[in-house]
Design a protein around this ligand. Structure first.
Ligand code: ZN
Ligand code: ZN
Length: 278
């Protein structure tokens, strides 16, 4: 566990503080366990200006955790590795898969990690690229979850995701992972898109860490297409877990955020690029 509290700043999000760039994507800067950690890198255009303007220069990051292989979390990989060629990378080996989202009446949308971004990461030496298969401590008291068991009957990946453009092969997004930080006030859980489901993710983080108390939750919760039943179950789980705060952002969905604000008595505040927790 860490004796001191972590510092977290959202670097890329769908919303941004004045002077920062917004884009559909997510990235966060984390200082914990004596390390500077980059979590994801957004879609591509926002990371550079936002990191420069918030004095979170990527050159100072010790390590980089990728939550999963969607374009909106991996799109600035070339910039990260250009700025910091020595950075240690932690991800699941499934991040390079080709994948699509399929909406009725619309052409298939490829949402894979862009090929040029895949190349720069795949070409890293083994000593720098760490595949996460199970919870892995990346800094003192900071854990990359690895694959998260999908136990809850109402939770799914949150979208029409497939491994092929025809929609034959559903994509379970097995590479989805979260980060948890053990703090004196409980766990701080940081999600990318939370395709594993928020309840599944929190259950796993608590079970594997041995921490019952969750201090806070930050990230995309991917509840945009969630059924009313699922939203109700999510709110009930959050009431029971009783974190001190929740910062939903990125892909959570405005209606889901409003619902959580109305239903929960704890502070629920939408995140944005420039938002800080410390
Ligand atoms: Zn996303
Ligand atoms: Zn995603």
């Amino acid at each position: 566990m860490n004796e001191s509290m972590p510092y977290v700043k959202i670097l890329v999000d769908n919303r941004a503080a004045p002077g920062l760039v917004a884009e559909h994507g997510f990235a966060a800067w984390i200082e914990a366990g004596g390390k500077k950690i980059l979590f994801d890198c957004g879609q591509g255009a926002a990371l550079r200006p936002n990191s420069e303007r918030t004095a979170c220069d990527i050159v100072h990051a010790d390590l980089w955790v990728l939550s999963h292989g969607h374009y909106d979390h991996t799109g600035a990989s070339d910039y990260v590795l250009e700025r910091n060629p020595e950075i240690q990378v932690y991800a699941h080996h499934g991040i390079f898969r080709e994948r699509y989202s399929l909406h009725p009446e619309q052409p298939p949308k490829e949402i894979s990690m862009p090929s040029e971004q895949r190349l720069v990461v795949a070409n890293l030496p083994d000593s720098q690229l760490h595949w996460v298969r199970e919870p892995l401590q990346v800094a003192e008291g900071v854990w990359a979850s690895g694959p998260i068991p999908r136990n809850h009957p109402l939770e799914d990946t949150g979208g029409p995701f497939y491994l092929d453009s025809e929609g034959h092969d559903a994509d379970a997004i097995p590479d989805d992972q979260a980060l948890w930080i053990e703090t004196p006030r409980g766990l701080l859980v940081i999600c990318g898109c939370c395709h594993s489901g928020l309840i599944n993710t929190l259950d796993y983080a608590r079970r594997m860490s041995g921490f019952d108390k969750v201090w806070g939750i930050i990230g995309g919760f991917h509840l945009k297409h969630a059924s009313e039943e699922r939203l109700t179950a999510t709110a009930a789980a959050l009431k029971e877990i009783a974190p001190d705060f929740i910062t939903p952002c990125h892909c959570t969905g405005d209606a889901a955020i409003e619902y959580l604000k109305e239903t929960l008595s704890i502070p629920v505040e939408s995140g944005f690029a420039g938002y800080v927790v410390d």
